[in-house]
Design a protein around this ligand. Structure first.
Ligand SMILES: Cc1ncc(COP(=O)(O)O)c(C=O)c1O
Length: 370
């Protein structure tokens, strides 16, 4: 239920389609974590998770413990991996909800309140092979962490993984270096650990490029939402993806104004002639950032520019003629024979497509279509 005519549409069939496209390429036996952190990259975590699991994903990955708890509370019972660092004092929550956590520090293992755990806490160990963010980097570190794991009670090491920093770039030197470091650590690990664990290394980019080299799982994020991890990956034409997210509004005011009239704060836009100007109820509080001044929107397949500063809740566009109140305006997605892709918006504001759906705020209702 929403009263303002501004909404995002999330096409769940596209998400299922993208998962199937990826699965067709993966070697048999390679499973999939659907990555639904950050509210499913802004698409809606619970809805995307359910769709992904129905489409064949095997497990879920998130960044925060609270994101994992949200999925459990929605009744989802598959493996959920938290990929970020969780405070040791909060790990009881994870154990009780059977949520798998990421670890990489000896002091963290030693600080676990294991006596409080109602079930064994499942853990995946993170290796930093070149991302430089979190993870074990050396064999010595690995040995001392494994020693701590062996002496801790109530925990279960079920997996290990790493993350690539440059899998989306055509040039593979650094990617190969990360693989080498991973294999060195793995050789050491196999010497000091004898139970089986699942291994996963690939994000969307690595999975699309090397679908037979992904060990037991992939962590499938951006491509599940129908977005290519980079222009390099897109140009490789290895997978067909359908974007799931569209953003719409409607004209709530239409007026003809004289030549030489200013529009919006600061008067940064002044009409060159008599012009039709439309107002749509979306602004930077919706994540429609001020940097999008000058970007196009679509009406009936035609492009119209955003003119003047974007306000907190409203944006003005220059129309090519008069349109009736309530006319649909497409900010992201298809309209007639044209479309505005996330990539175009990302390029316009000098960022990556990942950021665009994440930045559309929770004030914009997500409507799910199938
Ligand atoms: C550790 C980890 N794995 C997997 C992913 C998914 O990556 P992508 O969205 O490029 O598929 C992310 C996303 O940032 C991540 O941080």
């Amino acid at each position: 239920m929403f009263y303002r005519p501004t909404w995002a549409e999330v096409d769940l069939d596209s998400i299922a389609y993208n998962i199937k496209q990826m699965q067709q390429e993966l070697s048999p036996g390679i499973n999939m974590f659907a990555v639904v952190k950050a509210n499913g990259y802004g698409h809606g975590a619970v809805e995307v998770a359910r769709t992904a699991l129905n489409a064949g994903a095997n497990a879920l990955a998130v960044a925060l413990l609270e994101e994992a708890v949200e999925l459990r509370q929605a009744g989802i019972d598959v493996t959920i991996l938290v990929m970020g660092w969780v405070q040791p004092e909060d790990t009881e929550v994870a154990a009780n909800y059977d949520i798998t956590l990421t670890f990489f520090q000896k002091v963290w293992i030693q600080a676990l309140p294991t006596q409080l755990f109602s079930k064994k806490l499942k853990l995946h160990m993170k290796w930093d092979t070149g991302m430089g963010r979190i993870g074990i980097r050396s064999k010595e570190e690995l040995q001392s962490v494994i020693t701590a794991v062996k002496s801790a009670k109530n925990i279960d090491l079920t997996g290990l993984y790493t993350h690539f920093a440059t899998a989306d770039q055509a040039e593979l030197t650094y990617f190969n270096e990360q693989q080498n470091r991973f294999n060195d650590l793995l050789a050491e690990f196999n010497k000091i650990w004898d139970s089986s664990v699942v291994i996963h290394i690939g994000n969307s980019a690595a999975s699309i490029r090397f679908p037979s080299e992904m060990h037991q799982y992939i962590r499938f994020g951006i491509a599940m939402y129908g977005l290519y991890p980079s222009s390099d990956i897109r140009a490789m034409n290895k997978i067909n993806l359908k974007p799931a997210f569209s953003l719409f509004s409607r004209l709530i005011h239409v007026k003809k104004i004289d030549e030489n009239e200013a529009i919006s704060y600061g008067g940064t836009y002044v009409t060159e002639e008599s012009e039709w100007i439309g107002t749509i109820p979306i602004g930077y509080a919706d994540g429609w950032t001020r940097k999008l001044q000058g970007m196009d929107v679509l009406i009936e397949g035609k492009r119209m520019p955003v003119v003047g500063r974007i306000c907190m809740d409203q944006t003005m566009i220059r129309l090519d003629r008069e349109y009736p109140l309530g006319t649909k305006v497409t900010l992201i997605g298809k309209s007639g024979n044209d479309k505005i892709e996330m990539d175009e918006i990302a390029n316009f504001i000098d960022t990556i497509n990942y950021e665009i759906p994440c930045m559309i705020s929770s004030r914009v209702p997500r409507v799910y279509i199938k």
